[in-house]
Design a protein around this ligand. Structure first.
Ligand code: ATP
Ligand code: MG
Length: 535
C-alpha cells in the first residue's frame, strides 16, 4: 500500500546548496528576498529537519508560510534514490488487517529503519562522513509513508486546511493564528501534482482518474480530502483541499474556554440535548458547524441510541450505543447511479434502528425532508446546514431540493449560527469562532432570540426568562419553570468548574456529563459548585 511514491523533482528534496549541513532551524530561505520580509515566528515541524517560518511582507503586511526543510546534498540524494529502490524490493507486505492503518504504518516505518540501518553500516565507509543518515531517513519516510512535500504541513498542529488551486500556484494553508497564507510549496510540474493526487486517493483507498475526476474521501488519519484530477473539471489542472482532522476533537469545555459559547448557552443546549429537542447548527463553510455539532453530541444522555449519517465520517461520539452510517457514491460509468447510497437512503434506513437521535452531518437535499419526518414521529434530530441566518435557512429548507413543508419548520426547535469573526487582541487582528445567535423556532417565520453575542464586550447575552424549550422541559418533567432555569444555571457552573479544572479532553468531559446524569449531587460536590439538583 505504501510504496506508491511521489514523483520527485530536485526541488521537492530541498535545493542542493553545495552539500551544506545547515539545520533547517537555521537554513536561509531560498527564493525569498529577506529584505522584503520580517520573520514573525519560527517553530519546528519535524525536529530538526523541517521548520515553519512565518514571514511578513514589510510593505503589504501580507504573511507567507515558509516550509524550511534541510536539503539533501548530492551524496545524500544518491543514497536516498538507492534506498527507495531497495525498499521497493525488500519491503515485506503487511500481514495484519488492512483496516489497522496505525499498525501497518508502524510496520513499514520499522522495516524502513532497519533497512536504512543495514545499508548505512555497509555504505558508511565508502561514502565518508559527509552524509546524515537520519536526514535521509526523514526524506525516505516522508516520501513513502508520509505525505511527500506536504508532510511538514500535515505535521503543523496550527494548520486547519491545506489547499492547492492548481499547478504553478502556491499551496495555501489556513493557520489558526495567521489565517489564510500562501506557502513556498508550489507544484511546478503537472505530473508531480497529478502523482500527489493519485497518491492521496490511494491512501484514502479511493480512485481518481480522467474518467472519475472528482473525489471526496477520508484519509487514513481522518483528514477530509476533496480533489479534482487533471484538467477534466478544473481549468488550472489538478486541485485538492485537505481539512485536517484534529487528533483531539474540540469539546464543549474547549468551546467555552475559547469563548465560542458561554457556559450558560452551553448549559441551555445541554438541557435541549437531554430532552431530545431537535436543532440545527448553521454557518458558512469552515465556520465550525461540524465541530459544534460534535461537541453538543457529548451532552446527550449516555444511554441514548444515536445514528449518525454523513457523506464523510467526521463525527466522533463518546456514546456506547452509536451507529455510524456513511453515504457511498455511485460506481456507474453510465448515467444510472448503480450502487449509490445517498444520505436520503441512509436517513430512511436509520429509522429501522429505532434511534433516540438521528444526527445528519449536513443537510443539502431531499434527506432534509426525511429527517423532518423522522422528527415528526418523535425522534430527536441534530444537523447542520449552510445558511447565514434562520430566515435564509428556512427559505432553503422550504425550497427545492429540500422541500420541507412550512408546517414542519417548528419541529426543529432551535437554530445556532456559528461565525468566524475577527477580533483585535493585543493590537493584532485574530480570527475566532463565535456562536453569534441562537434562535428558538416557534413557528414558520416566528423565531425568538434566545442568545446573541455582543462583539463589543465579547460576551453572550442570554435570556432564559421566556424560553419555549425550557417551558416544554418544565411541562414534560413536571418541574416549575424557575426550577428548570435553576438547573440550567447549575449546569452552567458545572461546565465552568470543568473549564477551570482544565477538563478539556472530549472523553474526560463526557465522563463528567455522564456521571452528572446519574449522580448530579456527587458531581456538584466533587466540583464544589453547590446546589444539589431539584427533585
Ligand atoms: N470554536 C472553534 N474554535 C477553534 N477552532 C475551531 C472552532 N470550530 C471549528 N474550528 C476549526 O475550524 C475548522 C473548520 O471547522 P468545521 O469542520 O467544524 O467547520 P464546518 O463549518 O463544518 O466546515 P464545512 O462547511 O467545510 O463542513 C476545523 O479545523 C476546526 O478544528
Ligand atoms: Mg462540516
Amino acid at each position: 500500500m505504501f510504496l506508491r511514491l511521489f514523483k520527485r523533482t530536485p526541488k521537492s528534496l530541498g535545493e542542493v546548496r553545495g552539500g551544506d549541513e545547515t539545520e533547517a532551524s537555521k537554513a536561509d530561505l531560498t527564493g525569498i528576498n529577506m529584505g522584503d520580509y520580517n520573520e514573525v515566528e519560527r517553530y519546528p515541524l519535524v525536529y530538526p529537519w523541517a521548520y515553519a517560518v512565518i514571514l511578513e511582507n514589510r510593505a503589504s503586511k501580507a504573511k507567507v508560510y515558509y516550509v524550511s526543510e534541510v536539503p539533501l546534498n548530492s551524496v545524500e540524494r544518491g543514497v536516498y534514490e538507492r534506498l527507495l529502490r531497495i525498499l521497493e524490493w525488500e519491503l515485506k507486505p503487511y500481514g495484519g488487517s488492512v483496516l489497522d492503518y496505525v499498525k501497518e504504518k508502524e510496520f513499514f516505518v520499522e522495516q524502513a529503519r532497519r533497512i536504512v540501518r543495514i545499508y548505512s553500516a555497509k555504505l558508511s565507509d565508502t561514502l565518508g562522513p559527509n552524509i546524515s543518515w537520519q536526514k535521509v531517513l526523514y526524506y525516505v519516510l516522508r516520501d513513502t509513508v508520509g505525505y511527500g512535500p506536504l508532510e511538514p504541513l500535515m505535521r503543523d498542529q496550527f494548520i486547519e486546511d491545506i489547499s492547492c488551486d492548481g499547478v504553478r500556484r502556491p499551496i495555501y494553508v489556513w493557520h489558526q493564528r495567521y489565517e489564510s497564507m500562501p506557502t513556498n510549496i508550489v507544484f511546478e510540474d503537472e505530473g508531480e501534482l497529478d502523482s500527489l493526487i493519485l497518491r492521496l486517493a490511494h491512501k484514502a483507498g479511493k480512485h481518481i482518474s480522467s474518467a472519475f475526476p472528482v473525489l471526496d474521501a477520508i484519509l487514513p488519519e481522518g483528514h477530509r480530502l476533496a480533489a479534482t484530477f487533471r484538467r477534466e473539471v478544473s481549468v488550472g489542472g489538478s486541485t485538492f483541499t485537505i481539512r485536517k482532522f484534529r487528533e483531539r476533537p474540540l469539546s464543549i469545555t474547549d468551546l467555552i474556554a475559547h469563548g465560542t459559547l458561554s457556559s450558560t448557552v452551553a448549559a441551555y443546549l445541554w438541557m435541549a440535548m437531554e430532552y431530545k429537542m431537535p436543532g440545527i447548527v448553521i454557518g458558512v463553510t469552515g465556520s465550525g458547524k461540524t465541530t459544534m455539532l460534535n461537541a453538543l453530541a457529548t451532552l446527550l444522555r449516555p444511554n441514548m441510541k444515536v445514528v449518525t449519517i454523513e457523506d464523510t465520517p467526521e463525527l466522533r461520539l463518546t456514546l456506547e450505543n452509536w451507529v455510524q452510517l456513511v453515504s457511498r457514491p455511485s460506481y456507474a460509468v453510465t448515467g444510472s447511479k448503480i450502487g449509490e447510497v445517498t444520505l436520503y437512503d441512509l436517513v430512511k434506513v436509520s429509522l429501522r434502528y429505532r434511534p433516540d437521535v438521528i444526527i445528519v452531518g449536513e443537510i443539502r437535499g431531499e434527506e432534509a425532508y426525511v429527517l423532518f419526518q423522522a422528527i415528526a414521529t418523535g425522534h430527536g434530530g441534530l444537523t447542520t446546514a449552510h445558511a447565514e441566518s434562520v430566515g435564509a435557512l428556512v427559505k432553503r429548507l422550504t425550497s427545492p431540493p429540500m422541500n420541507v413543508p412550512q408546517s414542519y419548520i417548528p419541529l426543529m426547535k432551535w437554530a445556532l449560527l456559528v461565525k468566524r469573526v475577527t477580533r483585535i487582541v493585543e493590537g493584532r487582528p485574530v480570527t475566532v469562532r463565535r456562536a453569534t445567535t441562537i434562535w428558538e423556532i416557534k413557528g414558520y417565520e416566528n423565531y425568538a432570540l434566545l442568545a446573541t453575542w455582543d462583539p463589543v464586550g465579547d460576551k453572550h447575552k442570554v435570556n432564559l426568562n421566556d424560553s419555549m424549550i425550557l417551558w416544554e422541559v418544565s411541562q414534560s418533567i413536571g418541574l416549575a419553570y424557575e426550577g428548570v432555569v435553576e438547573e440550567v444555571k447549575r449546569r452552567s457552573r458545572v461546565l465552568e468548574a470543568l473549564v477551570d479544572r482544565g477538563v478539556r479532553d472530549y472523553r474526560g468531559v463526557a465522563e463528567y456529563i455522564y456521571r452528572y446524569y446519574v449522580d448530579p449531587r456527587g458531581v456538584l460536590e466533587e466540583l464544589g459548585v453547590g446546589g444539589a439538583k431539584d427533585g
